[in-house]
Design a protein around this ligand. Structure first.
Ligand code: EPU
Length: 445
């Protein structure tokens, strides 16, 4: 691995294995939350946006970048490729004057599978890339065959050897093509989209993912001079350009963080205001909350569609069935959190996961807190209980972990959550944000 040239980068968290294994969160539940919760920039937008800096030699300045361990890892990877990165508060300036190394090594990719989003930019800019295969994770096998097939359709020669994806472009560069994705993969769409911006001719991506994070990537590409139409629809049309320029781009608010804190307000019978949310990015989620009896109202909406959203709840939630779907359906990344709410519902709820094959790792942990949940294949039958009870529980992945925090906020007694490093991947200052609303929560090493 080459030497890192990390310029003035802050490292928000100690992500060393020793520290990670030691940290735990201890919280005492049954306190109604009350107050305002600022929503940070979206992790799943910021990661591909940072990778996009490799498409140009000009500076890309991102603002509203969340301080998360995944962002630190992406900065580490990009620095390895030769990108010069400086952080100033929540702004991040990335400049890839030269790409000095086109290999994304196992040590970094194995820690963060979202690293796969460097594949498209490296291939488009340098004509070659070697990216360690990300492999599966706690929530599923997560293959990247659609990323590979999409890039092959653009003319790339790709083979897999020794755990690495080796990709190269023809001497005349990548060429536009029509690609029908078998599934609307989020990072797969982003990889093909980013590569297509510098390809010769026109690329059409059909069955493209429509997630707001994909739209944010496309909008930033537009600001860099790319020619893209159909943003927000399932068909993206990209006319390749010779080169891209620098840009200044504001990362969209994190809709999953907003959904998580909305449930924190609801599960504690609280009254919270989520500051700075794109309301329309979560329509299926708000509707599901309302069906459960949660009061959701926009208290202020700015011209740019950003709103403050007030969440109030004063009774037990009603049982509501929910099925995860690609956007604009109910998001898989808010499934575990909603299940924590349903654990306390009046009646029962069927929660069906259709995106990932193993995204119920929180169920046994919620059951340790006296939830009554049975899994039948891709569905979990949640029979509401009157009270959750604090326990020692183990975080297994990002969203599963935060569902245990939510359950702990509502439980009687003390809940201790181990392996907090999962939460640090996607929730900035979670203890502080919850404590400011009256939660009794602390992190101990
Ligand atoms: N899939 C394939 N082949 C592919 C690509 C995907 O079979 O080549 C399958 C996956 O195994 C999965 C489904 O398609 O069953 C959807 O996967 P997708 O590619 O859409 O997921 P992703 O791009 O790997 C992103 C987010 C996830 C989020 C999903 C779904 C980032 C960095 N990650 O993952 O975020 O759950 O989309 O919306 O954008 C999280 O933040 O907790 C998280 C897991």
């Amino acid at each position: 691995m080459g030497r890192y040239r990390l310029t003035c980068i802050w490292v928000p968290l100690d992500t060393s294995p020793r520290k990670q294994s030691m940290d735990k969160i201890i919280l005492t539940g049954m306190r109604p939350l009350s107050g305002a919760i600022p929503i940070s920039g979206a992790k799943n937008a910021a990661l591909p946006l940072m990778a996009m800096s490799m498409l140009t030699s000009k500076p890309l300045v991102l603002s509203n970048v969340p301080k998360l361990s995944d962002i630190t890892r992406m900065a580490e990877l990009l620095t390895h490729h030769g990108v010069n990165i400086t952080f100033d508060g929540t702004s991040c300036c990335l400049r890839a004057s030269d790409i000095t190394d086109t290999t994304a090594p196992y040590d970094i990719v194995s820690k963060m599978r979202a690293s796969i989003v460097v594949l498209g930019p490296l291939l488009a800019r340098c004509g070659r890339a070697a990216v360690s295969l990300p492999g599966g994770c706690a929530i599923g096998t997560r293959p990247v065959n659609m990323h590979i097939d999409g890039l092959r359709a653009l003319g790339a020669n790709i083979y897999i050897e020794n755990g690495y994806i080796y990709a190269s472009a023809p001497a005349h560069g990548l060429s536009g093509a029509t690609i029908v994705l078998p599934f609307a993969t989020v990072t797969g769409t982003e990889n093909v989209l980013m590569a297509a911006t510098l390809a010769n001719g026109t690329t059409v991506i059909k069955n493209a993912a429509r997630e707001p994070e994909v739209c944010d990537v496309a909008n930033c590409l537009l600001a860099m001079g790319a020619k893209i139409s159909g943003i927000g629809t399932d068909t993206l049309v990209i006319d390749g350009v010779q080169e891209l320029d620098g840009a200044h781009h504001n990362v969209i608010p994190d809709r999953i963080e907003a959904a998580t804190y909305a449930i924190a307000g609801a599960i504690t019978n609280g009254d919270v205001v989520l500051k700075g949310v794109v309301y329309d990015d979560l329509l299926a989620f708000w509707q599901t909350l309302e069906r459960a009896g949660v009061c959701v109202s926009q208290v202020q909406r700015s011209a740019k569609n950003v709103a403050d959203v007030r969440i109030t709840m004063s009774s037990r939630p009603k049982g509501v069935d929910v099925m995860t779907e690609p956007h604009p359906g109910y998001p898989t990344d808010a499934q575990a959190q909603f299940m924590a709410l349903m654990a306390l519902c009046d009646g029962a709820a069927m929660v069906t996961e259709t995106i990932f094959e193993n995204r119920f790792m929180h169920v046994p942990e919620l059951c340790r807190m006296c939830a009554d949940i049975t899994i039948h294949k891709a569905s979990a039958l949640v029979r509401g209980v009157k009270q959750l009870v604090g326990a020692q529980v183990m975080a297994t992945d990002l969203r599963a972990s935060v569902s245990l925090v939510l359950a702990g906020l509502a439980a009687c007694g003390e809940t201790t959550i181990q392996r907090v490093y999962h939460i640090d991947r996607g929730y900035e200052r979670i203890e502080e944000k919850l404590r400011n609303c009256g939660a009794v929560i602390e992190r101990v090493s």
